[in-house]
Design a protein around this ligand. Structure first.
Ligand SMILES: CC1=C(/C=C/C(C)=C/C=C\C(C)=C\C=O)C(C)(C)CCC1
Length: 380
């Protein structure tokens, strides 16, 4: 701060424009000034050292969350609608896909509007209870998402690695998994409402999350164990599943190449091969969505750990990135399905032909071929 005030070069100008540091220079204003009196007991003293954020940040954050909210609600709403009303997509496995989209839909439907309103007001305006519920909801949907993806990875493992020896997932089996995921996630995420861990406003003061500055045993143990339950455990299980999936696919490809060589043909395109390649495509889509989840939630985890282990100074602006990255995860999945899930794409174009950029005759052809080429095994 002292250096930038003595030498107002381009670096200082950038700070002035985006960091809001200079705006408060010479005054005692802090990022906490606009916080409602009834919220003050939830604010860690750490935040009092930071000057108010430049209103541009709030405006930008509100705008980005508003846009992400719109895309997520529309895209995930579309996924739920298409998967629940298209006969060929109504499979037990796809109940998990619908659960994922439903969770992402709820996340942005419930969280984007309050966040936009708070950004407009430059502080959390809904009071302490809503702050707890908001953080609980964000955490719940994050946990439901990753465990749903873990179940999807298990299902791909079952179909691809175990093949015909696998016991296929039934509708009831899928529904039971969905129920288990919500119950498990809810149990973890309501714990802070009952005294294990704590939900408080984040540094930008417009969203709420876990209290990573409270160094009490209760709080630190909650963040650590919760991250094991909703980050490391699913991560480990997903790596386990995909390790064997990749191994099985590689062995299958090798066997196919050797068989083709023996038969002196370029490739074997039996219906079995087509089925296996469809399963592989679905596994790739699942892997893509899983990777995006980890990319989205890792910054949030890093911020939480930086707080409890005191490894870096967390500024209000850093908390914006955690918030935006985590919420952006609710946007990716419908886009990934739209690009890479052939049966979903085919059904989408059949319902909303205007979304397809192809001309009508080609469109019909590709929809039909995509639908047949990716026909799933009855079990999947
Ligand atoms: C869900 C995961 C985590 C915790 C997330 C929490 C407490 C989120 C709370 C509020 C949100 C999402 C606000 C967003 O703006 C860990 C502990 C970070 C681990 C990964 C999964």
């Amino acid at each position: 701060m002292a250096i930038t005030s003595l030498d107002p070069g381009p670096g200082a100008a950038a700070l002035q424009a985006w960091g809001g540091q200079m705006a408060a220079f010479g005054s005692n204003e802090t990022v906490v000034d606009k916080v409602l009196p009834e919220m003050l007991h939830l604010i860690d003293p750490h935040w009092h050292q930071f000057p108010p954020m430049n209103p541009l940040w709030h405006g930008l954050l509100g705008f980005v969350i508003g846009v992400l909210g719109f895309i997520s609600v529309t895209g995930n709403g579309m996924v739920v609608y298409i998967f629940t009303t298209t006969k060929t997509l109504k499979t037990p496995s796809n109940i998990l896909v619908v659960n994922l989209a439903f969770s992402d839909f709820l996340m942005m439907f419930m969280m984007a509007p309050p966040m936009v309103i708070n950004c407009y007001n430059e502080t959390w305006v809904f009071g302490p209870l809503a702050c707890q519920l908001y953080a609980c909801a964000g955490s719940l949907y994050g946990c439901v998402s990753i465990w749903t993806m873990t179940m999807i990875a298990f299902d791909r493992y079952n179909v691809i690695v175990k093949g015909i020896a696998a016991k296929p997932m039934t509708i009831n089996g899928a529904l039971l998994r969905v129920f288990g995921i919500w119950a498990f996630s809810l149990a973890w995420t309501i714990a802070p409402l009952f005294g294990w861990g704590r939900y408080v406003p984040e540094g930008n003061m417009t969203a709420c999350g876990t209290d990573y500055f409270d160094q009490s045993f209760s709080n630190r143990s909650y963040i650590l164990l919760y991250s094991i339950a909703c980050y490391y455990a699913p991560l480990f299980l997903i790596i386990y599943s995909y390790f064997f999936i990749v191994q099985a696919v590689a062995a299958h490809e090798k066997a196919m190449r050797e068989q083709a060589k023996k038969m002196n043909v370029a490739s074997l395109r039996s219906s079995d091969a087509a089925n296996t390649s469809a399963e592989c495509k679905l596994a790739k889509v699942a892997l893509m969505t899983i990777s995006l989840w980890f990319m989205a939630w890792t910054p949030y985890l890093v911020i939480n750990y930086a707080g409890i282990f005191k490894t870096m100074t967390i500024s209000p602006i850093v908390t914006i990135w955690g918030s935006v990255f985590a919420k952006a995860n609710a946007v990716y999945n419908p886009i990934v399905y739209g690009i890479s899930h052939p049966k979903y794409r085919a059904a989408l174009y059949a319902r909303f032909p205007g979304l397809s950029c192809q001309s009508a005759p080609e469109d019909n052809g590709s929809v039909a071929s995509a639908a047949t080429a990716t026909e799933e095994k009855p079990s999947a």
